[in-house]
Design a binder for this molecule. Structure first.
Ligand SMILES: Cc1cc2nc3c(=O)[nH]c(=O)nc-3n(C[C@H](O)[C@H](O)[C@H](O)COP(=O)(O)OP(=O)(O)OC[C@H]3O[C@@H](n4cnc5c(N)ncnc54)[C@H](O)[C@@H]3O)c2cc1C
Length: 435
C-alpha cells in the first residue's frame, strides 16, 4: 500500500468545538498554520447546538457561526471534518516538537469539490431517518446537510438506510454523488498539538432509576436545548410523545453527577446555570407553565451568575431542595418524580408533563490508546501544572483546552483556549523546529 503524503502544519487541533476554533483562530491570526481535526460532519461542537447562552441569553448560533465561518475562511486554518483520529505520536527527542498523526476521512458519498450545497439531493430523497442533530426528536432525509448553518455545507449520505433509488444522483446538478466513495487515509505532522475534544453527557439509558430512556417525555438537557432553539425539531416547545404544550416542567439536577456509583463523583459545573437558563427561556415561551427545579445545591459560580439565579426565582421558577430518587411513567404521558426533601421533611412525588435530566458531564474522548497524554482520576485530560499553567499536559508540546480538561462554561473555555494558543506559540518560538 502506498503511504499517503504528509501534510505539514505548525499546530494540530483535535476537536472543532468552540475551544478548538478559538485556539485555531488565535494561532492562525499570528501566522501559524493550523489543522483542525473534527470527528463530526460540522465544526461548532456543543455550542452551535445550544439555544441561547447564560448569563447574557445571547443566541448561541448568532455568536458561534461567525467563529465557525472565520475559521473556515482563514488562510492559515485547514479543517478536516468527518475524520477519525487513528494515531497521534509524539517524538519527544526533537524537544517534543515532532507530532505525527494519522486520520481517516470517512466517506460522505458526496464529492466535496463538485458539491455546491444546493440541497437538491436532500429535497428529493424519499427515506426518513432519525435526526440526531435534533436529539433524535425529529426526522431528516437519508442524504442531508447536518443542520442549516453547518460548516462545511456538505451533505452526508446515510449509507445504512439508503435504498439506492438513485434519485439524488439524478437530480444533482454537478454529478457530486459518489456511491463508491472510499475512506481516505491522511497523515498530518505538526510542531504542537492542542486537544479540545470536549465533553458528552452520561447516557440516560444507563440509569434504571430514570427509566433507562424508556419513559416518554423524559429528555436530557441537550435535547431541551434543541426544543428551545429557533431551528429546533418542532419550532416550539411541545411534548415529544403527543405534541401537547407542557403545563408543568421539571428539572432533575445532579442526574449522575456527584454520584460515585456512576463514576462521576465530581460536580459537572454547568448544569445549575443551564437549567436556570432553560427554565427562564421556557417561562418566556410557555408563560403559564409551572417550572420546578429539583436541586441539591445551586452553584452559580461565575460573573453575573448569582444575579441570574435570583432573576429566575423572581420570575416564579420554583426551586425544590431535594434529591430525586426515581422517575416513573405517570398517566396521560406524564412522568412521576419521586424525591426526598433535603430539609428532613421526608419523601414526596409529583407528576410533570415533561422532565429534563441534567445528566453528568463526562469526557468527549478517551485518548487511550491513540495518544499517551495523562488523565486524572475523573478521566479528563490532566494538567501537569493545574494552578499556574492549566493547559500543559504530560507531553511536551501537547496542550489541552476547554471541556476536554474538565466540565466548564463557554467563558472559561474561551479563556483557556487563548492560553493554550499562547503556550503553543511560545513553545514553537523556543523549539528548534519552530518558525
Ligand atoms: C445542555 C447544556 C447547555 C449549556 N449551556 C451553556 C450556556 O448557556 N453557557 C455556557 O457558558 N456554557 C453552556 N454549556 C457548556 C458549553 O457547552 C461548553 O462550555 C462548551 O461546549 C465547551 O466547548 P468545547 O469546545 O471544549 O467542547 P465541545 O463543545 O464538546 O466540542 C468538542 C468537539 O470535539 C470533537 N471531538 C471529540 N472527540 C474527538 C476526536 N477524537 N477527534 C476529533 N474531534 C473530536 C467533538 O465532536 C466536538 O465538536 C452548556 C452545556 C450543556 C450540556
Amino acid at each position: 500500500m502506498v503511504s499517503p503524503d504528509i501534510k505539514k502544519f505548525d499546530t494540530l487541533v483535535v476537536g472543532g468545538g468552540i475551544a478548538g476554533l478559538q485556539a485555531a483562530l488565535d494561532l492562525g491570526d499570528q501566522g501559524y498554520t493550523v489543522a483542525v481535526v473534527e470527528k463530526d460532519a460540522s465544526i461548532g461542537g456543543k455550542m452551535i447546538r445550544l439555544s441561547k447562552v447564560f448569563p447574557t441569553l445571547d443566541c448561541a448560533s448568532c455568536i458561534t457561526t461567525p467563529k465557525m465561518s472565520a475559521a473556515a475562511h482563514h488562510e492559515n486554518i485547514t479543517l478536516f471534518t468527518y475524520c477519525d483520529l487513528v494515531s497521534l505520536d509524539t517524538d519527544e527527542s526533537a524537544n517534543g516538537s515532532g507530532i505525527n498523526c494519522r486520520i481517516i476521512q470517512r466517506p460522505r458519498y458526496v464529492d466535496p469539490v463538485k458539491c455546491i450545497g444546493c440541497r437538491q439531493c436532500e429535497y428529493i430523497c424519499p427515506v426518513h431517518v432519525p435526526d440526531m442533530e435534533q436529539g433524535g426528536l425529529s426526522a431528516k432525509r437519508a442524504i442531508s446537510i447536518p443542520f442549516s448553518n453547518a460548516i462545511p455545507q456538505l451533505p452526508i449520505l446515510d449509507i445504512e438506510h439508503c435504498m439506492l433509488c438513485g434519485q439524488c444522483e439524478k437530480v444533482c446538478p454537478t454529478n457530486a454523488i459518489d456511491y463508491f466513495q472510499q475512506p481516505e487515509d491522511m497523515m498530518l505532522s505538526a510542531n504542537t498539538a492542542i486537544v479540545t475534544t470536549g465533553f458528552e453527557l452520561l447516557p440516560v439509558k444507563t440509569f434504571v432509576q430514570y427509566g433507562n430512556g424508556s419513559i416518554p417525555n423524559v429528555v436530557d438537557a441537550l435535547q431541551m436545548e434543541r426544543l428551545l432553539a429557533p431551528h429546533g425539531p418542532y419550532n416550539r416547545v411541545i411534548r415529544p410523545s403527543d405534541g401537547m404544550e407542557p403545563d408543568s416542567i421539571a428539572y432533575v439536577q445532579c442526574a449522575g453527577s456527584r454520584d460515585k456509583s456512576h463514576g462521576v463523583p465530581y460536580c459537572s459545573r454547568v448544569c445549575c446555570m443551564y437549567a436556570i437558563k432553560q427554565a427562564m427561556l421556557l417561562s418566556g415561551s410557555l408563560p403559564l407553565a409551572d417550572i420546578t427545579i429539583y436541586y441539591m445545591d445551586i452553584r452559580a459560580f461565575g460573573k453575573g451568575y448569582e444575579q441570574f439565579y435570583q432573576n429566575a426565582k423572581a420570575m416564579g421558577i420554583e426551586f425544590v431542595k431535594a434529591k430525586v430518587a426515581r422517575i416513573d411513567q405517570g398517566d396521560n404521558g406524564s412522568a412521576t418524580v419521586r424525591y426526598e426533601r433535603q430539609d428532613g421533611s421526608g419523601t414526596a412525588s409529583q407528576d410533570h408533563d415533561l422532565v429534563v435530566l441534567s445528566m453528568g458531564v463526562v469526557p468527549g474522548w478517551n485518548p487511550e490508546p491513540i495518544c499517551a497524554v495523562s488523565k486524572s482520576t475523573d478521566h479528563f485530560i490532566t494538567s501537569i501544572k493545574p494552578k499556574i499553567s492549566p493547559v500543559l499536559t504530560s507531553i511536551n508540546g501537547v496542550f489541552v483546552a476547554g471541556a476536554a480538561a474538565g466540565p466548564k462554561d463557554i467563558v472559561d473555555t474561551i479563556t483557556e483556549s487563548g492560553s493554550a494558543a499562547m503556550e503553543a506559540a511560545k513553545f514553537m518560538s523556543n523549539s528548534p523546529r519552530g518558525n
